[in-house]
Design a protein around this ligand. Sequence first.
Ligand SMILES: Cc1cc2nc3c(=O)[nH]c(=O)nc-3n(C[C@H](O)[C@H](O)[C@H](O)COP(=O)(O)O)c2cc1C
Length: 170
Amino acid sequence: MNIVDVMKTRRVQRAYANRPVEIDKLRAIVDAGRHAMSARNLQPWNFIVIRDPATLKRLGELCSTGKFIAEAPAAIAILKDTNNTRWADVDCAQAVMNMANAGWSMGLGTCWIGTFEGDQIASLLGIPAGWAVFTVLPFGYRDDKRPPQAKPLKPRAEVVHFEKFGNHQA
Ligand SMILES: Cc1cc2nc3c(=O)[nH]c(=O)nc-3n(C[C@H](O)[C@H](O)[C@H](O)COP(=O)(O)O)c2cc1C
């Protein structure tokens, strides 16, 4: 798949096959995150790769809108540098998107988890001062019995303009 096809076919995946994820694929996903753009190239991120089932189960308890992480075979926590506040959220979000697309290109799905107990996750993962949990991404192969659902996109004419707002013809 070329990169645009990856971006256009990716869907959030909240259910995962009962199959381990190879560590080399997780390393490749993290590397895609490391290559994201960042303001002033400050790269205000760290990543923790998690495969321990007990840790994943506990993460499920600490992610109120991502309980499904407990059933994932792997996850990657994205940490943001709390001393780099101006653009750190934007930079980390780009790392997340790179990682989601990289995973999808390798047959792996993920879902952004937005609501979680950050302090308790920091304690669970031994995160030092100066770093905060930005999000935790579960990763796993598709469960064919529970495939990702396509979400409706806003129509192109509603969101795309040419030269001036309201012109829909190029
Ligand atoms: C910032 C952000 C936070 C999100 N938080 C959650 C979440 O907590 N739980 C969840 O199940 N999905 C979450 N999502 C996934 C969105 O619901 C999903 O991306 C959206 O419905 C579009 O689906 P698609 O990515 O498959 O196209 C989040 C997405 C973003 C970008």
